[in-house]
Every structure is written in C-alpha cells, then in structure tokens.
Design a protein around this ligand. Structure first.
Ligand SMILES: O=C(O)COP(=O)(O)O
Length: 229
C-alpha cells in the first residue's frame, strides 16, 4: 500500500506550462524597438524601453492601448500601430532576445525529471511559435500556444484548460510559471498552481497580490521546488 501511495505521488503534477515573454525569454528590447518604430511611423513619440515592462502582457492590441492610456486613440490608429509593429517585429524578434540565465538548465532538468512542458503566451501565435523555434527547439514542448483567432487571451483560462485536455491532465496537477499578474490570474482561474517568476518584467508585490502560490527568484529555485514533486 505504501509503495503504491508513493508511486501515485511521484506521478502527480508532472505538467508545467510556461509564459514566454519575461519568463523564458527576455524579449523586452525587441518588443520596445518594434513598438517604438510603429509609434514613430505614426508621428508619436517613442517610449522608454523600461516602460514596456508594464505595457507588455496582454497582447499587441492592448500593448498600444496601454501606451496610449493617457492619450487615447481611435481603434483604427491602434490597428495601424499593430500592423506596423507586427511587420517590424518579424525581422526584429531575434536581434536582442535571449533566454534568461538559468532557463536552459531548468528546462533540461524538468524534461529529465519527466515533466511534460507547454508554452502559453499572449504574444500572437505566429510570433510565439517563431520564438519557440528560434530559442527553444532543443527542448520538447508538447503544446505551444500564443493568441489564436477565436480563443480569448489570458487571463481567460480557456487556452490553459485546452492544454490540460490535450495533455490529459487535471488543472490542479499543472504548474503555471509566469511573471505578471495576468499569468497568476490565468493559473488561478484555470485551477493550476501559480508560480511567480521574479526575474521577469514585474515585481513581487504584483505577483503576490494576484495569487502566486510560490515565488521564485531564479530558475534554479524552480528546480529546487520541483525536485520534491
Ligand atoms: O506579448 C505579450 O503581450 C505577453 O506575452 P506573454 O504572455 O508571453 O508574457
């Protein structure tokens, strides 16, 4: 009986879903450069790169809505900015983007440990897949989802729950690692275990306030936490 119980424990919670921007990849510079290109092309002022930490997180349309928060623009202008951003980012996305320190070791460890891994991002689906191919192809990700036509973006839990179905796992047996309140809300709404990555775009207070179950300062701390599982 004891051995069986141990076996069940070892096989629980073996799925981890990752956010992309600010969690696996430091994409801030390239996003800021492409968004500033769009702003300048439309006659607006460029924004400081560091401000993009707070503009990013809810998809490209919302990125520009956030930039224009104090100077709201017509939907048509935002659509134009999105179009300019997307065509620029296609060439820009790999210029400055890097894996965060320790991410490579973490992914190798989790894979070796038998975790199934997935990515769920609010980046457009095509860019999410482009980034995964460029930077993460040496690891196996069972599912890679960005924002897809007809599927509500995070913090709506639909896509997270779809990943659970595809991987035949209950949400409560999944970890979700992300760096913004959107990720913590997504994890909690889906019923997953919310892991807050403190090396990304936002701070500890935000992640705590929005329901991080564990806060991790580095990818090595993720290894330590999930070693016990
Ligand atoms: O590009 C965004 O808006 C956010 O992307 P993320 O969900 O991977 O953080």
């Amino acid at each position: 009986m004891k051995i069986r119980a141990l076996h069940v424990k070892i096989n629980m919670k073996k799925v981890i879903v990752f956010d992309l921007d600010g969690t696996l990849l430091d994409t801030l510079e390239d996003i800021a450069i492409s968004a500033n290109f769009a702003l300048k092309s439309l006659g607006f002022q460029a924004e400081e790169h560091d401000k993009y930490r707070y503009f990013v997180g809810e998809g490209v349309f919302k990125l520009f809505e956030n930039i224009f928060a104090s100077n709201p623009q017509e939907k048509e202008t935002i659509q134009k900015a999105v179009g300019l951003f997307e065509s620029h980012y296609t060439k820009q996305f790999h210029q400055n983007t890097t894996l965060y320190e320790g991410v490579s070791k973490m992914l190798t460890f989790l894979h070796a440990r038998g975790f199934k891994m997935a990515i769920l991002s609010n980046k457009p689906d095509s860019f999410t897949k482009m980034c995964a191919v460029k930077y993460l192809r040496q690891w196996d990700f069972e599912v890679v989802f960005g924002v897809r036509e007809g599927v509500p973006r995070k913090p709506d839990p639909s896509a997270a729950l779809e990943i659970c179905e595809l991987l035949h796992v209950k949400p409560e047996a999944c970890y979700y690692l992300g760096d913004t309140m959107i990720d913590m809300q997504t994890a909690n709404r889906a019923g997953m275990i919310a892991l807050g990555a403190l090396w990304g775009f936002r701070d500890e207070a935000e992640l705590r306030e929005h329901g991080a179950k564990y806060l991790l300062k580095t990818p090595s701390e993720v290894i330590k936490l999930l070693t016990e599982v």
